[in-house]
Design a protein around this ligand. Structure first.
Ligand code: PTJ
Length: 260
């Protein structure tokens, strides 16, 4: 379907269109479309903008990623459909390994996602030949590469399911999540939970990674001082403030007058 650029919800409709196309192409699973809807609902509450606490978490994420010895970016169907190019760019600047890791795993879908990421500029993508298992995790997500997620010290997990995030934390890894749900088990278990939309969060993290390239001492300071509990509290206060403001001044529908 062609979405007119003038539509007030253009960005949101385009994201949905991308996901539906990716579902038809066998990149995204139907469950991924449901997960996106849940994310969109939270994003409405956040005003579809990066909040100040999310930006703080994005800076902390960049600090952990540049200081990591073996950083890995884990990619699933939704992340590949929405942000293949952003993932490839971030992996290049860190530099980090990319590994495709799916909840609803099939070899054909892993292959398709690897190809998509390579077309988007990623040079080396793991995922096709997992040779290790994440301990105490029953799902297909447990299947990982020894030189990838299994051996990583810092793992970035966009749109994760809570089980694996917790299992990675149990393995002693620094888990950085990107999840619009501020109450999910992923958000609660990650060392650096980024409560922001994926396509906004990744370029922000990339920008901070570039800044830290000239200032490793600042990266160390940020990594040492990041306060996860304080940051999540700030996220909840921001939501509270947004909702209170909405009760005082209910929003009006945004209209595009020139098309009336
Ligand atoms: O491709 P697969 O097989 O690995 O499956 C991917 C999904 C997303 C289906 C799988 O990981 C899953 O079931 O995830 P959950 O448990 O539904 O969690 C996804 C989380 O991502 C939810 O908390 C959503 O709020 C959040 N989310 C959805 N879209 C976005 C998002 N967060 C940030 N940016 C988004 N665009």
């Amino acid at each position: 379907m062609k979405i007119p650029r003038s539509h007030p919800r253009y960005t949101s409709l385009m994201a949905r269109e991308k996901l539906v196309r990716a579902w038809k192409a066998g990149i995204v699973v139907p469950e991924g479309l449901i997960a996106h809807g849940r994310g969109e609902a939270f994003d409405y509450v956040f005003g579809e903008e990066t909040s100040a606490p999310a930006l703080v978490a994005e800076k902390a994420a960049a600090a952990f990623l540049v200081r990591a010895k073996r950083p890995v970016i884990s990619v699933n169907g939704n992340a590949a459909a929405l942000a293949a190019r952003e993932v490839a760019r971030l992996a290049k600047v860190i530099p980090a390994t990319i590994e495709v890791n799916l909840f609803h795993r099939s070899t054909a879908r892993v292959d398709r996602i690897v190809r998509l990421l390579k077309r988007a500029g990623a040079s080396d993508v793991l995922g096709t030949r997992p040779d290790a298992r994440i301990p105490r995790l029953e799902s297909e997500r447990a299947r990982v590469h020894r030189v990838g997620i299994y051996g990583a010290d810092v793992v970035l997990v966009p749109l994760e399911d809570g089980d694996r995030a917790e299992a990675l934390v149990r393995m002693g890894k620094v888990v950085i999540s990107i999840d619009l749900n501020p109450l999910s088990r992923t958000t609660l278990s990650a060392a650096v939970p980024i409560v922001d939309e994926l396509t906004r969060a990744l370029p922000n993290v990339e920008k901070f990674v570039r800044e830290f390239a000239d200032d490793p001492r600042e990266a160390a300071r940020i990594a040492h001082t990041f306060d996860k509990t304080g940051n999540l509290r700030a996220v909840y206060s921001f939501m509270n403030w947004r909702l209170r403001n909405l009760t005082r001044r209910p929003p009006r529908a945004r209209t595009v007058t020139r098309h009336r």
